[in-house]
Design a protein around this ligand. Structure first.
Ligand SMILES: NC(=O)c1ccc[n+]([C@@H]2O[C@H](COP(=O)([O-])OP(=O)(O)OC[C@H]3O[C@@H](n4cnc5c(N)ncnc54)[C@H](OP(=O)(O)O)[C@@H]3O)[C@@H](O)[C@H]2O)c1
Length: 297
């Protein structure tokens, strides 16, 4: 899926209904247009975001787009997480599902809400400890054969969990979406990044700014990191913001950041600044060191 591997960034919709610019269909549509203008074609959803309301909002917003623009969008959505909510009748606690009937039903639901005929990338949202890998793999294959899903991937899967699933299917997983930011660097050392590189899976970074901790966190790590990034920004043309430097830090690693902002101007600035930045190895390690509060050995 070279198209995804080449994506500069992805727009993530988890907070869209709380976003300044994206809470209603008109604003959401303007955000989609702004994304396309920037070359950000991939939009990240999940069936659970606001209990399905975000997928519905996307479906409404996409109606306002010109057909040519709509056709350029590439949609990611996820399934497998369940919790007590109006659209999840009979659910009394958080749990995961990965059985064939559930997967197939959720794919149909997301297609209908999003108003598309195909999900471009469908992710198993979380590893289900009860997963019967063979059954799940067969359901994935059937969804691809039916044309309802173009590619499958996973999210929050360990390397072992990826191996357990891929051992049961010839389908190649297109992506692993994991929590990754200077505040959360476990994937650098737990094998997830290396596995993605070795198998050409796109490596998608969720909460790249640790969900406001970078811009607004008051803890010592956030303050130290901001201090380093603000000083670093002055060394580059245009004085890019700490957020853009962190996004460039992820890009340098080969990860694709999923931007969580609900502000069009912020997304535009972050993508433009990030794309203009080239971090060298020392810049990259300086950010890691500031986040960890320690040099690498
Ligand atoms: N697979 C998974 O398990 C999983 C889990 C979580 C998230 N995700 C995906 O990852 C996406 C991104 O996650 P995220 O929303 O946590 O990303 P994030 O980019 O780390 O955080 C976004 C939040 O930070 C704020 N923000 C961004 N830049 C800012 C700045 N310069 N100053 C002040 N505030 C700023 C945004 O507010 P404004 O709107 O005001 O800019 C928003 O509230 C989600 O939308 C979802 O698609 C996936």
């Amino acid at each position: 899926m070279s198209d995804l591997q080449d994506a500069p960034a992805i727009w993530g919709t988890m907070r869209a209904r709380q976003g300044r610019d994206t809470a209603n269909a008109n604003g959401f549509a303007r955000m989609l247009e702004a994304c396309l203008d920037l070359g950000v074609h991939w939009i990240d959803h999940a069936d659970i975001y606001d209990d399905g309301e975000v997928e519905i909002l996307h479906g409404e917003a996409a109606q306002a787009l010109a057909p040519g623009a709509r056709a350029q969008l590439r949609l990611i959505t996820k399934c497998g997480v369940r919790f007590a909510a109006p659209r999840q009748p009979g659910v009394r606690l958080h749990h995961y599902r990965s059985d064939a009937a559930y997967l197939t039903r959720q794919a149909e639901t997301s297609l209908q809400r999003l108003g598309v005929e195909r999900i471009d990338l469908y992710l198993l949202h979380r590893p289900d400890y009860l997963m019967q890998a063979e059954e799940t793999a067969k359901a994935m294959e059937a969804l691809v054969e039916s044309g309802k899903v173009a590619r499958f991937g996973v999210s929050n899967f360990s390397t072992f969990q990826v191996d357990a699933l891929t051992a049961r299917t010839d389908l190649k997983l297109a992506a692993n979406q994991v929590e990754l930011s200077p505040f959360h660097t476990a994937p650098l050392d737990n094998g997830q990044l290396d596995q993605a590189r070795a198998t050409d899976m796109a490596f998608l970074a969720w909460s790249p700014l640790a969900g406001r901790r970078l811009p607004a966190g008051e803890d010592e790590t956030a303050r130290r990191l901001r201090h380093t990034l603000e000083a670093m920004g002055t060394r580059f043309d245009g004085d890019p913001g700490p957020d853009s430097l962190v996004l460039a830090w992820l890009r340098t690693l080969g990860a694709i950041p999923i931007l969580g902002t609900g502000r069009i101007d912020r997304l535009q600035r972050q993508v433009r600044e990030m794309r203009a930045l080239t971090l060298d190895a020392q810049d990259w390690y300086e950010i890691l060191e500031a986040a960890r509060g320690a040099r690498v050995p």
